[in-house]
Design a binder for this molecule. Structure first.
Ligand SMILES: [Fe+2]
Length: 243
């Protein structure tokens, strides 16, 4: 790699870090300003659970916060009332909590997973649902449980764990599915560079109706435009103009 290429790569990495931190700050801000009287967990408990998960896998650290924030933006765009949005933000934060039950050799594996390993990884959905369903109050935990269990379902029925089709996938899980996939695509991994935000949105649009709920993708696309995530065509450079 030439000096100039190295410099460009360094700039790209710093911009990605800046983006991550900006999103983390906003996610924390949203949590802190939302005081809930009937939620079973304090913010600290949720953040500790998520931190426990993030500390298992440094490459996905921050993933839960970003997915929760994107999910919150989408829910607001789709007209979910603010009180419900606050609960949903917490539910989305815990979407991958079942990964606590996935062994390191699979969770941290850099190569692709074989069939048996994939099945273990996929079980994080039911493990998460089991953990969350035990929490009180039961009624309030239904949403978080459904999000954990069904956020890997696909509209065409090819997802897991139950291969649900279309509207049979709970609404909030359909939102998290979009936010989750977008973050996975746009984050650097040890073995692959993340795509730009623009490319990430393009991929979501390409998979509308098969993988993702078209209404949710449309909402996310317009949120990203409104929030003025500006992406250059040549790199993943972006900037956000705060309103
Ligand atoms: Fe997941």
């Amino acid at each position: 790699m030439s000096d100039v290429q190295e410099l460009h790569e360094r700039i790209r990495q710093l911009e990605a870090k800046n983006r991550e931190l900006t999103l983390l700050v906003e996610s924390t801000h949203e949590l802190n300003k939302a005081s809930l009287t009937d939620h079973p967990f304090s913010i600290n408990v949720i953040q500790s659970l998520v931190l426990a998960l993030d500390s298992r896998d440094p490459y996905t650290a921050g993933h839960s916060s970003r997915v929760a924030l994107y999910s919150l933006w989408i829910a607001r765009k789709l007209g979910v009332d603010e009180e419900e949005c606050k609960h949903f933000h917490r539910a989305a934060l815990m979407h991958d909590i079942g990964k606590i039950g996935v062994p390191d050799r699979i969770l941290l594996k850099a190569d692709s997973l074989n069939e048996e390993e994939f099945a273990v990884m996929a079980s994080h959905t039911v493990i998460g649902a089991r953990i969350l369903s035990k929490m009180e109050p039961e009624g309030r935990m239904i949403q978080a449980t459904e999000v954990a269990k069904y956020h890997h379902e696909k509209m065409d029925g090819s997802g897991y764990p139950e291969r649900l089709v279309g509207d049979r996938i709970p609404f909030y899980a359909r939102i998290v599915a979009v936010a989750d996939a977008f973050d996975a695509m746009t984050t650097d991994r040890p073995y692959a560079k993340g795509r730009s935000f623009q490319e990430g949105i393009k991929e979501l649009v390409r998979c509308k109706g098969t993988h993702f709920d078209p209404r949710v993708v449309d909402a996310f696309e317009s949120v990203m435009k409104e929030r003025r995530f500006m992406i250059s065509s040549s790199s993943s450079v972006y900037s956000e103009v705060n309103e």
